[in-house]
Design a protein around this ligand. Structure first.
Ligand code: 6R9
Length: 628
C-alpha cells in the first residue's frame, strides 16, 4: 500500500500552504542533526536583497545520515549493488562495508591534509568506490565535484581549474559496453594543463597505468593500512556539499553549488515520496554519478532512506538489447528509473528483448532527463511494465537538486507524457515572454515563485552569474529555461528547453560551448549551433559552419570538426550534422537569428517568419541550398 495515498498527499499540500515553515521543518526531522534547525527557508529572489538559505542554524553530516545512522538497524543490509559492464561480475556492499570503505577513503584524504571546504574532483566509473569517495568528502567536509567519465581531458582540466581542486580521485580504467575507457591517461593529460598535488587511483581493471611519483597513489596499495573509523565533521547546513558542472546557454559550464542541509532534506524527502521505498526494494536508477540524477537518486537519496541501490557501470545494449531486463530478473529489481532516450532506443529493437524476461519483480517505473513522448511512455507502460505498474515522470534539473514536478504513485493519476503536478511545497507558474503570469490551460515559460530546500545556492566563484542566469529573465522568479504547457486539469507538460541548451539523450549540451570549440579550429571562421529533433536522442546537435575564405567543406573537414568537439568537450556534444554555409543569417546589428537556423535544422523549407530584419535575406536561400 502506498504510504502517501491521496489523503496523506492532500494533508502535505495543505500544510505546505497554511504553515510553510512548519511543513519544511517537519521534513527536516527525517534526518539526524547535531543541532536540529529552528529556521526553515530564508530567501529573496530580488536583486537588492538576493539570498537563499535553508535550515541555516542546523548542523549535520550527510555521510552520517547515509551510513552511521543505518548501521544499527541495517548494518548487514546491502546498500550498493555494483552491476559491472560484464553481466554477473559485480559485487555488493552492505551498509557496514560502505561505511568502512568511506571511512578509509576519508582517512586517506585527511592524510593529505584535505579537509573542510577543499575541493576534490572525482572522475570515476560507476563502482562502489565512487560512492565511497563522494561520501568520504561529505564526511570530512570537503566539497566534491564529480566529472562524468565520458568528458574529455580538456573538460576535466577546465573543471579542476575552475574550482581549484586540490586532488583528483580516479580509476585506472573504466569498462563500458566492452570497451576500455582510459580514465587515468585522461587524468594525466588534464593534469598537464591543471596540475593538482594529489591523485588517488582506484583499481578497476588492474591494467598497468603510468603513475607519477609523489603525486599519484594507488588506493589498493594503502587501503589495508587505513582505519575503518573516521570522526565526521560537524557541518553547517549551508556549508557547500558539492559542485556539479552543467552546461548553460552561454559561456563555459557553470559550477552548480549545492549545500548540505537543504539538499539532504530534499533528496531524502523526494526519494521517499516518489519511490515510497519498502525494506525489501531493490532500486535501480540507471544514471551515472557524473550527473545530478546519479548524485541524488543513486547515492544520497537511497542511502539516506536505507534502501538498496544499484550502481550500473554498463550500457543498455551490452551485451545485447536485453541487458536491462536480464539484470532486473537476476537482481530482483523492484523500482526501475531511466531516461526516455534509453526507452526509445530499446523500443526500436522490438518487444522480444523485453518479453523474454519475466520482469515480475518490478513494481514501479520512472523516467527523468527529458520529455517522454506519449508513444514511448505507452511502450514503457505496456511492454516493460506489462500494464500493471505506475510510471513516475520526474521533472527536475541539476539546479533543483531533486525532483520538483512528479506524480506520487498511488495518488496522482498519470497522463502519458506529463510530469503531472508540482510536489507539495513547490510553486510552479507559467509566464509569457514579458513575465506576465498566465492562468489556466496555457503554454508558457516555466518559473518557480518560491524557494525549496534543494535549490542551488550559487555558481561556484561567480555569484553574479547565478543571479543573472536564473533571476533576471523574469524579475523575482526562478526561471527554469524550460517551456511548458498546462492542461485543464492543472497538469504540466514540459516541452523542452527554450534557451540555447540542447538536451541530447537527457544530457545538457550548451550551444555556446560547441560553437567555441568549432571556431577554435583553424579552418573555421564562424559557427552557430542549434538542436533539432532526433528519434532516439530527443534532440541532437546541428552545427552551421562558415569556413575561412577559400576552404572547402569536405567530409574530411567534417570529421576533423567532430574530432575537435570530442576533444574539447566529449563525445556527447559531437554534432550529428555539420552544415557548411557561406554565411549565417544575421540581423543588421550582427545577431545570429537562431530562430531561422532552428527551422532549417528541423527540415523546414519555408515559414521562416519575418526575415526583413536580416542584413542579407538571401542568406536563407543559400542555407537551404547547402543542406545535406
Ligand atoms: C535531472 C536532470 C535538466 C533539464 C530540464 C528539462 C529536462 C528533466 C524532465 C525534463 C521533461 C522530465 N528534463 N527531466 N523534461 N520531463 N521529466 O535531467 O537534470 O541534466 O540538469 O537537465 O532536463 O529540460 O531543464 P539536468
Amino acid at each position: 500500500m502506498a504510504r502517501y495515498g491521496p489523503a496523506e498527499v492532500e494533508a502535505l499540500r495543505q500544510q505546505a500552504e497554511s504553515d510553510p515553515d512548519g511543513f519544511w521543518l517537519d521534513l527536516a526531522k527525517r534526518l539526524d542533526w547535531y543541532r536540529p534547525p529552528t529556521k526553515a527557508g530564508d530567501w529573496s529572489y530580488n536583486e537588492d536583497d538576493f539570498h537563499i538559505e535553508w535550515y541555516a542554524d542546523g548542523q549535520l553530516n550527510l555521510s552520517v545520515n547515509c551510513l552511521d545512522r543505518q548501521l544499527d538497524a541495517r548494518g548487514d543490509k546491502v546498500a550498493l549493488i555494483f552491476e559491472a559492464d560484464e553481466p554477473g561480475t559485480g559485487r555488493s556492499l552492505t551498509y557496514r562495508e560502505i561505511y568502512e570503505e568511506t571511512c578509509r577513503f576519508a582517512n586517506l584524504l585527511k592524510s593529505y591534509d584535505i579537509g573542510r571546504g577543499d575541493r576534490v574532483m572525482i572522475y570515476m566509473p560507476m563502482i562502489p568506490e565512487a560512492a565511497a569517495a563522494m561520501l568520504a568528502c561529505a564526511r570530512i567536509g570537503a566539497v566534491h565535484s564529480v566529472c562524468f567519465g565520458g568528458f574529455s581531458p580538456e573538460s576535466l582540466a577546465g573543471r579542476i581549474s575552475d574550482c581549484d581542486a586540490c586532488a583528483v580521485i580516479t580509476a585506472d580504467e573504466g569498462v563500458r559496453g566492452g570497451k576500455i575507457i582510459p580514465l587515468k591517461l585522461n587524468v594525466d593529460e588534464a593534469l598537464k594543463e591543471s596540475p593538482v598535488p594529489t591523485c588517488i587511483v582506484v583499481t578497476r581493471t588492474g591494467n598497468d597505468v603510468p603513475m607519477t611519483e609523489g603525486r599519484d597513489v594507488l588506493y589498493s596499495a594503502v587501503r589495508e593500512a587505513l582505519s575503518t573509523e573516521c570522526e565526521p565533521e560537524v557541518m553547517n547546513a549551508e556549508d557547500p556539499l558539492f559542485i556539479l558542472y552543467t552546461s548553460g546557454s552561454t559561456g563555459k559550464p557553470k559550477g552548480v553549488v549545492h549545500t548540505t542541509g537543504g539538499y539532504a532534506v530534499w533528496a531524502a524527502t523526494t526519494f521517499d515520496w516518489i519511490f515510497q521505498p519498502q525494506a525489501s526494494d531493490i532500486f535501480w536508477c540507471t544514471a551515472d554519478v557524473g550527473w545530478i540524477t546519479g548524485h541524488t537518486y543513486v547515492v544520497y537519496g537511497p542511502l539516506m532512506n536505507g534502501a538498496t541501490s544499484i550502481m550500473f557501470d554498463g550500457v543498455p545494449n551490452y551485451p545485447d538489447f536485453g541487458r536491462f531486463w536480464e539484470t532486473v530478473d537476476r537482481l530482483g529489481v523492484t523500482i526501475f528509473y531511466t531516461a526516455p532516450t534509453a526507452i526509445r532506443a530499446l523500443e526500436r529493437e522490438g518487444d522480444d528483448w523485453v518479453t523474454r524476461y519475466s520482469r515480475e519483480s518490478i513494481r514501479l517505473l520512472g523516467t527523468v532527463g527529458e520529455p517522454i513522448n506519449p508513444d514511448a511512455w505507452e511502450w514503457y507502460w505496456r511492454v516493460v511494465g506489462g500494464g500493471r505498474v505506475p510510471i513516475v515522470d520526474t521533472w527536475w534539473q541539476t539546479e533543483t537538486g531533486a525532483a520538483l514536478i512528479s506524480p506520487l504513485p498511488g495518488s496522482t493519476p498519470m497522463k502519458p507524457g506529463s510530469a503531472t503536478q508540482p510536489l507539495p511545497g513547490i510553486h510552479a507558474i507559467l509566464v509569457d515572454e514579458h513575465g506576465k503570469e498566465l492562468e489556466g490551460a496555457v503554454s508558457g515559460n516555466l518559473c518557480l515563485t518560491t524557494s525549496w530546500p534543494g535549490q542551488m545556492r550559487t555558481v561556484w566563484g561567480d555569484h553574479k552569474r547565478f543571479f543573472d542566469t536564473y533571476f533576471t529573465t523574469y524579475r523575482g522568479r526562478y526561471f527554469t529555461g524550460d517551456g511548458c504547457r498546462r492542461d485543464e486539469d492543472g497538469y504540466y507538460w514540459i516541452t523542452g528547453r527554450v534557451d540555447d541548451v540542447i538536451n541530447v539523450s537527457g544530457h545538457r549540451v550548451g550551444s555556446a560551448e560547441v560553437e567555441s570549440s568549432l571556431v577554435s579550429h583553424p579552418l573555421v571562421a564562424e559557427a552557430a549551433v542549434v538542436g533539432y529533433p532526433h528519434d532516439i536522442k530527443g534532440s541532437a546537435v546541428y552545427a552551421f559552419v562558415t569556413l575561412n575564405a577559400g576552404e572547402e567543406g569536405t567530409d574530411a573537414v567534417r570529421q576533423e570538426l567532430i574530432k575537435e568537439v570530442r576533444h574539447d568537450i566529449g563525445g556527447l556534444a559531437a554534432p550529428e550534422k555539420i552544415h557548411f554555409t557561406p554565411a549565417l543569417p544575421k540581423t543588421r546589428s550582427g545577431k545570429i537569428m537562431r530562430r531561422i537556423l532552428r527551422k532549417i535544422a528541423e527540415g523546414a523549407t519555408d515559414g521562416f517568419g519575418d526575415t526583413s530584419t536580416l542584413a542579407d535575406p538571401s542568406v536563407v536561400d543559400a542555407l537551404l541550398a547547402g543542406r545535406q
